[in-house]
Write a protein that binds this ligand. Structure first.
Ligand code: PHE
Length: 438
């Protein structure tokens, strides 16, 4: 159940929507290599550290950090990990809900057969006129947030379990079927493959490595306490190392498969890989429009993407929701409504970034949406990752760490310790410094 819940958190828009377009904007091959490197050397160790902290503290991340700092006699400043995470959660949930809303809208359009026989031009103009309409984008954002709040209000128990147990495998299966379709029917599979795996450095800028690291954190739900919050539910006898490895492999495979579906379609239809956030919403309707049974499969696909987004969105809000329950002694329902409403409010800025506020820039060249995405994923999450690694590696009472990892062979634990204490925090810091110099 824990693996399913964390996989539900990890697999979401980050894999299906964000990975292909960010890889497309950053030149493909080298980005993918950097991303996989970040998953293996930074992501997995930090995920293990987060689960260790969560299971040792067994509360919301903010209170887990308070308890563990006290037990390890560390400075109370380490509690910042919990606070930063809750803040990042708001920022991420706010724009996540906007994009998930797009997926819901596409679900309905697919079902109505809007994209039957769609070509590149139609798919592009439909996307532009949809996102250009503030009322529609706001409406779908609102609906998604309401659904997420209702499920989150019921707790991390039943609803989540059934959703992940049946829908995740269906999503994987459908994704594989789409890869097969891209391989045999798109006519441009080679090109897509070459784009994702060829070592071309021309579009890989100084910022690209930061983007790769930010994507690794975002896609594994790391650096903000989501995994820590779920770790609080993990039974004593379960293996943390095995769970983290399983989840990271599943998550990476889903992302790569999405890329293998989307890029052949992009090349077959003369689209640009660097089209940005609309990439999935333009290329997939074309694919479904052209394949036999596309209306049915397209509807099913967007339905599953919607579910994958909900299971992720719940986990994004979980650190804040769990904390409000503990702190204010209110019910989960009240807490979920408060957090959901606040994130919805912030999300309005992202919803309007694609239409009314498209000229409003918070950072140079970045709309409200771009800014929320960039700052949370590329700065706050990796920063949270550094702190989590340093805390788990240097401050946390070594006995607690040893106890949590007691099922793993001692060589694995020594390597892990080295990764968590030194390599991961240093790696993140080096990427930050390189980006600043660039
Ligand atoms: N990992 C999720 C995705 O890929 C997003 C997420 C980020 C979830 C941060 C929780 C915390 O869609």
């Amino acid at each position: 159940m824990f693996i399913l819940a964390v996989a539900g958190s990890a697999v979401g828009l980050g894999n299906i929507w964000r990975f292909p377009y960010v890889a497309g904007e950053n030149g493909g091959g080298v980005f993918v290599l950097a991303y996989i490197g970040c998953i293996a050397l930074i992501g997995i160790p930090i995920m293990i550290a987060e689960i260790v902290l969560g299971r040792a503290g067994r509360q919301s991340p903010i209170n887990t950090m308070r308890t563990l700092t006290a037990r390890s006699e560390g400075s109370s400043a380490w509690q910042a990990i919990g606070w930063m995470g809750a803040l990042a959660g708001f920022m991420i949930l706010s724009f996540y809900s906007v994009i998930a809303g797009w997926a819901l809208a596409y679900l309905i359009d697919m079902g109505r057969g809007v994209f039957v026989d769609a070509g590149a031009e139609f798919a592009t103009s439909s996307f532009q006129s949809f996102t250009g309409d503030p009322v529609k984008v706001l409406g779908w954002h609102t609906l998604f947030m309401i659904i997420t709040t209702i499920i989150a209000a019921r707790g991390v128990g039943k609803g989540l379990e059934t959703t992940v147990r049946y829908l995740m495998p269906t999503l994987f299966f459908l994704l594989l079927a789409l890869v097969a379709w891209a391989a045999f029917s798109s006519g441009h599979f080679q090109e897509g493959l070459a784009f994702l795996f060829a070592f071309k450095t021309d579009q890989f800028t100084g910022d690209s490595i930061l983007m790769a690291m930010g994507q690794a954190f975002f896609t594994l739900s790391l650096g903000m306490g989501a995994i820590m919050a779920y770790g609080a539910y993990l039974p004593k006898e379960a293996s943390i190392v095995n769970s983290a490895l399983t989840i990271a492999v599943i998550d990476t495979l889903v992302a790569i498969c999405s890329g293998l579906v989307i890029f052949p379609i992009v090349f077959a239809n003369g689209l640009e890989p660097s089209a940005g956030p609309g990439l999935m919403f333009i290329s997939l309707p074309i694919a479904f429009g052209q394949m036999a049974g596309g209306q049915f499969f397209g509807t099913l696909f967007f339905l599953l993407v919607g579910f994958a987004a909900i299971t992720s969105a719940i986990s994004i809000g979980e650190p804040a929701v769990a904390w409000v329950v503990e702190k204010a002694k209110v019910t989960r329902k009240t807490s979920a409504i408060v957090i959901g409403s606040l994130a919805w409010l912030v999300g309005i800025g992202s919803a309007l970034s694609f239409n009314l506020w498209s000229d409003v820039k918070l950072l140079p060249g970045k709309t409200f949406f771009d800014t929320m995405d960039y700052v949370s994923n590329n700065i706050i999450l990796p920063l949270g990752g550094i702190l989590i690694g340093l805390f788990a590696g240097w401050v946390l009472d070594r006995k607690i760490l040893a106890e949590q990892l007691s099922d793993a062979p001692s060589l694995v634990v020594s390597c892990l310790l080295w990764l968590i204490r030194v390599l991961a925090p240093l790696g993140i810091a080096v990427v930050f410094i390189m980006t600043i110099i660039n």
